[in-house]
Design a protein around this ligand. Structure first.
Ligand code: C5P
Length: 278
Protein backbone atom coordinates (compact mmCIF):
# COMPACT_ATOMS: atom_id res chain seq x y z
CA UNK A 1 0.00 0.00 0.00
CA UNK A 2 1.26 3.48 -0.89
CA UNK A 3 0.72 6.24 1.65
CA UNK A 4 0.69 9.78 0.30
CA UNK A 5 0.32 13.31 1.65
CA UNK A 6 0.37 16.83 0.17
CA UNK A 7 2.87 19.43 1.43
CA UNK A 8 1.58 22.90 0.52
CA UNK A 9 3.52 26.20 0.45
CA UNK A 10 2.89 29.08 2.87
CA UNK A 11 2.60 32.81 2.60
CA UNK A 12 3.84 35.14 5.36
CA UNK A 13 1.36 37.99 5.47
CA UNK A 14 2.97 39.75 8.41
CA UNK A 15 6.50 39.29 9.68
CA UNK A 16 7.83 41.53 12.44
CA UNK A 17 11.38 41.08 13.77
CA UNK A 18 11.20 42.12 17.42
CA UNK A 19 14.68 41.38 18.74
CA UNK A 20 17.81 39.28 18.63
CA UNK A 21 18.09 36.33 21.01
CA UNK A 22 21.11 35.01 22.88
CA UNK A 23 21.03 31.84 20.73
CA UNK A 24 21.48 33.92 17.56
CA UNK A 25 17.88 33.49 16.39
CA UNK A 26 15.46 36.38 16.19
CA UNK A 27 12.28 37.00 18.11
CA UNK A 28 9.44 37.13 15.61
CA UNK A 29 5.76 37.78 15.38
CA UNK A 30 4.29 36.45 12.17
CA UNK A 31 1.03 35.59 10.53
CA UNK A 32 1.22 32.91 7.84
CA UNK A 33 -1.40 31.23 5.70
CA UNK A 34 -0.83 27.73 4.37
CA UNK A 35 -1.74 27.73 0.66
CA UNK A 36 -3.92 24.64 0.67
CA UNK A 37 -5.47 23.73 -2.68
CA UNK A 38 -2.80 25.22 -4.98
CA UNK A 39 -1.56 22.09 -6.84
CA UNK A 40 1.33 23.91 -8.58
CA UNK A 41 2.65 24.95 -5.17
CA UNK A 42 2.20 21.64 -3.36
CA UNK A 43 4.86 18.96 -2.94
CA UNK A 44 3.75 15.34 -2.54
CA UNK A 45 5.39 12.88 -0.19
CA UNK A 46 4.60 9.19 -0.64
CA UNK A 47 5.86 6.14 1.20
CA UNK A 48 5.77 2.40 0.63
CA UNK A 49 6.86 -0.36 2.99
CA UNK A 50 10.45 -1.43 2.21
CA UNK A 51 13.36 -3.30 3.75
CA UNK A 52 15.17 -0.10 4.63
CA UNK A 53 14.71 3.68 4.63
CA UNK A 54 15.38 5.48 1.33
CA UNK A 55 14.41 8.78 -0.30
CA UNK A 56 14.18 9.79 -3.94
CA UNK A 57 13.35 13.32 -5.08
CA UNK A 58 11.45 13.98 -8.30
CA UNK A 59 9.31 16.80 -9.69
CA UNK A 60 9.87 20.07 -11.54
CA UNK A 61 11.76 21.79 -8.70
CA UNK A 62 13.56 18.73 -7.34
CA UNK A 63 16.75 19.05 -9.33
CA UNK A 64 19.89 19.58 -7.27
CA UNK A 65 18.25 18.84 -3.91
CA UNK A 66 20.15 16.46 -1.64
CA UNK A 67 18.27 13.25 -0.84
CA UNK A 68 20.69 12.37 1.97
CA UNK A 69 20.43 12.53 5.75
CA UNK A 70 20.60 16.35 5.63
CA UNK A 71 17.20 16.43 3.90
CA UNK A 72 14.46 17.60 6.26
CA UNK A 73 12.24 14.66 5.25
CA UNK A 74 14.81 12.12 6.44
CA UNK A 75 15.62 14.20 9.52
CA UNK A 76 11.89 14.20 10.39
CA UNK A 77 11.74 10.44 9.81
CA UNK A 78 14.71 9.91 12.13
CA UNK A 79 12.86 11.80 14.87
CA UNK A 80 9.91 9.45 14.42
CA UNK A 81 12.26 6.47 14.71
CA UNK A 82 13.70 8.00 17.88
CA UNK A 83 10.19 8.30 19.32
CA UNK A 84 9.14 4.81 18.19
CA UNK A 85 12.47 3.35 19.44
CA UNK A 86 12.70 1.19 16.29
CA UNK A 87 13.53 1.56 12.60
CA UNK A 88 10.67 2.68 10.38
CA UNK A 89 11.79 1.31 7.00
CA UNK A 90 10.08 2.86 3.98
CA UNK A 91 10.76 3.86 0.39
CA UNK A 92 9.98 7.59 0.39
CA UNK A 93 9.39 9.62 -2.75
CA UNK A 94 9.21 13.42 -2.61
CA UNK A 95 7.75 15.12 -5.67
CA UNK A 96 8.86 18.77 -5.54
CA UNK A 97 6.80 21.60 -6.98
CA UNK A 98 7.55 24.37 -4.47
CA UNK A 99 10.68 26.28 -5.52
CA UNK A 100 13.67 26.04 -3.19
CA UNK A 101 15.02 29.15 -1.43
CA UNK A 102 11.90 31.07 -2.31
CA UNK A 103 10.52 31.91 1.13
CA UNK A 104 7.50 29.66 0.60
CA UNK A 105 8.50 27.11 3.24
CA UNK A 106 8.88 24.15 0.87
CA UNK A 107 11.45 22.21 2.92
CA UNK A 108 9.61 22.93 6.17
CA UNK A 109 6.33 21.75 4.70
CA UNK A 110 7.99 18.53 3.49
CA UNK A 111 9.29 17.92 7.03
CA UNK A 112 5.84 18.43 8.56
CA UNK A 113 4.35 16.09 5.94
CA UNK A 114 6.94 13.43 6.83
CA UNK A 115 6.02 13.62 10.54
CA UNK A 116 2.32 13.20 9.70
CA UNK A 117 2.87 10.49 7.10
CA UNK A 118 5.19 8.32 9.21
CA UNK A 119 2.89 8.64 12.22
CA UNK A 120 -0.03 7.43 10.09
CA UNK A 121 1.82 4.73 8.14
CA UNK A 122 3.27 3.02 11.21
CA UNK A 123 0.30 3.77 13.46
CA UNK A 124 2.62 5.36 16.01
CA UNK A 125 -0.17 7.22 17.79
CA UNK A 126 2.06 10.26 18.43
CA UNK A 127 -0.02 13.16 19.67
CA UNK A 128 -0.24 16.63 18.16
CA UNK A 129 1.68 18.31 21.01
CA UNK A 130 4.55 15.84 20.62
CA UNK A 131 4.64 16.27 16.84
CA UNK A 132 4.70 20.07 17.26
CA UNK A 133 7.75 19.78 19.53
CA UNK A 134 9.55 17.55 17.02
CA UNK A 135 8.62 19.99 14.26
CA UNK A 136 10.20 22.86 16.21
CA UNK A 137 13.44 20.84 16.46
CA UNK A 138 13.52 20.63 12.67
CA UNK A 139 13.06 24.33 11.93
CA UNK A 140 11.22 27.47 12.97
CA UNK A 141 8.71 27.20 10.12
CA UNK A 142 7.86 23.50 10.44
CA UNK A 143 5.20 23.63 13.21
CA UNK A 144 2.92 26.04 11.34
CA UNK A 145 2.44 23.39 8.64
CA UNK A 146 1.15 20.92 11.21
CA UNK A 147 -1.61 23.38 12.10
CA UNK A 148 -2.46 24.51 8.55
CA UNK A 149 -4.85 27.38 7.81
CA UNK A 150 -3.86 30.80 9.13
CA UNK A 151 -1.36 30.69 11.97
CA UNK A 152 0.20 33.13 14.44
CA UNK A 153 3.87 32.36 15.10
CA UNK A 154 5.80 33.70 18.11
CA UNK A 155 9.32 33.31 19.57
CA UNK A 156 11.46 31.96 16.67
CA UNK A 157 8.18 31.53 14.79
CA UNK A 158 7.88 27.95 16.06
CA UNK A 159 5.36 28.66 18.88
CA UNK A 160 2.18 28.49 16.84
CA UNK A 161 -1.45 29.29 17.44
CA UNK A 162 -4.33 28.75 15.02
CA UNK A 163 -6.11 31.94 13.95
CA UNK A 164 -9.58 32.26 12.54
CA UNK A 165 -9.36 32.12 8.72
CA UNK A 166 -8.46 35.50 7.22
CA UNK A 167 -9.41 35.50 3.51
CA UNK A 168 -6.55 36.23 1.11
CA UNK A 169 -6.86 39.12 -1.29
CA UNK A 170 -6.26 38.31 -5.01
CA UNK A 171 -2.54 37.57 -5.05
CA UNK A 172 0.22 36.98 -7.57
CA UNK A 173 3.28 35.09 -6.43
CA UNK A 174 6.41 35.76 -8.45
CA UNK A 175 9.58 33.70 -8.27
CA UNK A 176 12.39 35.43 -10.17
CA UNK A 177 14.70 32.40 -10.03
CA UNK A 178 17.04 34.11 -7.55
CA UNK A 179 18.27 32.21 -4.49
CA UNK A 180 18.51 34.04 -1.17
CA UNK A 181 19.89 32.25 1.90
CA UNK A 182 17.88 32.87 5.08
CA UNK A 183 20.78 33.12 7.61
CA UNK A 184 22.49 35.77 5.46
CA UNK A 185 19.34 37.90 5.41
CA UNK A 186 18.97 37.78 9.19
CA UNK A 187 22.65 38.69 9.56
CA UNK A 188 22.19 41.63 7.19
CA UNK A 189 19.61 43.23 9.52
CA UNK A 190 22.59 44.78 11.31
CA UNK A 191 24.21 45.93 8.06
CA UNK A 192 21.10 47.87 7.07
CA UNK A 193 20.74 49.39 10.56
CA UNK A 194 17.42 47.67 11.25
CA UNK A 195 15.97 49.05 14.51
CA UNK A 196 13.86 46.67 16.57
CA UNK A 197 10.36 48.08 16.99
CA UNK A 198 8.47 48.59 20.24
CA UNK A 199 6.13 45.78 21.29
CA UNK A 200 3.26 45.44 18.84
CA UNK A 201 -0.35 46.07 19.72
CA UNK A 202 -2.42 42.91 19.30
CA UNK A 203 -4.82 42.67 16.39
CA UNK A 204 -8.45 41.64 16.94
CA UNK A 205 -8.87 37.97 15.88
CA UNK A 206 -9.89 37.57 12.25
CA UNK A 207 -8.61 41.02 11.20
CA UNK A 208 -6.36 41.24 8.15
CA UNK A 209 -2.85 41.92 9.48
CA UNK A 210 -0.75 44.76 8.06
CA UNK A 211 1.05 43.71 4.85
CA UNK A 212 4.52 43.92 6.36
CA UNK A 213 7.83 42.08 6.26
CA UNK A 214 10.69 43.46 8.35
CA UNK A 215 13.24 41.34 6.44
CA UNK A 216 12.69 43.29 3.21
CA UNK A 217 15.50 45.85 3.59
CA UNK A 218 18.03 43.20 4.57
CA UNK A 219 17.00 40.89 1.70
CA UNK A 220 17.35 43.75 -0.81
CA UNK A 221 20.77 44.52 0.60
CA UNK A 222 21.86 40.88 0.21
CA UNK A 223 20.28 40.50 -3.23
CA UNK A 224 19.72 43.87 -4.96
CA UNK A 225 18.05 42.35 -8.09
CA UNK A 226 15.03 41.62 -5.88
CA UNK A 227 14.24 45.33 -6.22
CA UNK A 228 13.55 44.94 -9.92
CA UNK A 229 10.80 42.42 -9.18
CA UNK A 230 9.26 44.63 -6.51
CA UNK A 231 9.21 47.62 -8.88
CA UNK A 232 7.67 45.60 -11.72
CA UNK A 233 4.88 44.44 -9.41
CA UNK A 234 4.26 48.00 -8.24
CA UNK A 235 4.06 49.15 -11.86
CA UNK A 236 1.17 46.73 -12.42
CA UNK A 237 -0.79 48.25 -9.51
CA UNK A 238 0.08 45.48 -7.06
CA UNK A 239 1.23 45.91 -3.49
CA UNK A 240 4.33 43.70 -3.17
CA UNK A 241 5.42 41.86 -0.05
CA UNK A 242 8.58 39.78 0.18
CA UNK A 243 7.89 36.13 1.06
CA UNK A 244 9.88 35.29 4.19
CA UNK A 245 13.54 36.05 3.44
CA UNK A 246 12.89 35.86 -0.35
CA UNK A 247 13.25 35.39 -3.19
CA UNK A 248 9.53 35.21 -4.05
CA UNK A 249 7.33 38.28 -3.85
CA UNK A 250 3.59 38.20 -3.24
CA UNK A 251 1.62 41.13 -4.62
CA UNK A 252 -1.97 41.79 -3.65
CA UNK A 253 -4.44 43.45 -5.99
CA UNK A 254 -7.79 45.16 -5.62
CA UNK A 255 -9.58 42.59 -7.80
CA UNK A 256 -8.99 39.28 -9.56
CA UNK A 257 -9.33 41.09 -12.91
CA UNK A 258 -6.43 43.43 -12.06
CA UNK A 259 -4.44 40.50 -10.69
CA UNK A 260 -4.94 38.40 -13.83
CA UNK A 261 -4.10 41.33 -16.15
CA UNK A 262 -0.92 41.93 -14.17
CA UNK A 263 -0.04 38.23 -14.39
CA UNK A 264 -0.41 38.20 -18.19
CA UNK A 265 1.63 41.39 -18.54
CA UNK A 266 4.46 40.16 -16.30
CA UNK A 267 4.59 36.74 -18.01
CA UNK A 268 4.97 38.46 -21.38
CA UNK A 269 7.67 40.86 -20.11
CA UNK A 270 9.61 38.39 -17.95
CA UNK A 271 9.46 34.90 -19.42
CA UNK A 272 12.11 33.76 -16.94
CA UNK A 273 9.93 34.50 -13.89
CA UNK A 274 7.54 31.89 -12.53
CA UNK A 275 4.16 33.37 -11.66
CA UNK A 276 1.21 31.86 -9.81
CA UNK A 277 -2.22 33.32 -9.06
CA UNK A 278 -3.50 32.28 -5.62
O1 C5P B 1 14.81 27.65 12.04
P1 C5P B 1 15.43 27.60 10.69
O2 C5P B 1 16.44 26.48 10.56
O3 C5P B 1 14.45 27.59 9.58
O4 C5P B 1 16.24 28.95 10.53
C1 C5P B 1 17.16 29.16 9.49
C2 C5P B 1 18.06 30.33 9.85
O5 C5P B 1 17.31 31.54 9.84
C3 C5P B 1 18.66 30.25 11.23
O6 C5P B 1 19.85 29.54 11.22
C4 C5P B 1 18.86 31.72 11.58
O7 C5P B 1 20.04 32.20 10.95
C5 C5P B 1 17.71 32.40 10.90
N1 C5P B 1 16.54 32.63 11.79
C6 C5P B 1 16.61 33.60 12.78
N2 C5P B 1 15.52 33.82 13.58
C7 C5P B 1 14.39 33.11 13.42
C8 C5P B 1 14.29 32.13 12.41
C9 C5P B 1 15.40 31.92 11.61
O8 C5P B 1 17.64 34.27 12.94
N3 C5P B 1 13.36 33.35 14.21
Amino acid sequence: MVFSIGAPAKLNRFLAVLGRRADGFHELELVSTVLEGVPDLTDTLSAEPAAELSLVITGPTGEGLAADESNLVLRAWRLLEEAAKRPLPAALCLEKRIPHGAGLGGGSSDAAAALRLGNRMFDLGLEDGFLLRQAARLGSDVPLFLLGGTVLGLDRGERVFPLRPIPLEPILLVHPGLYVGTPGVYRALQDVGYAFPEALGSLPEGTTPPWRNDLTGAALWVCPPLGEVRDALRDTGGEPLLCGSGSCWAARYASTTERDAAGSHLSAEHGEWRIWAV
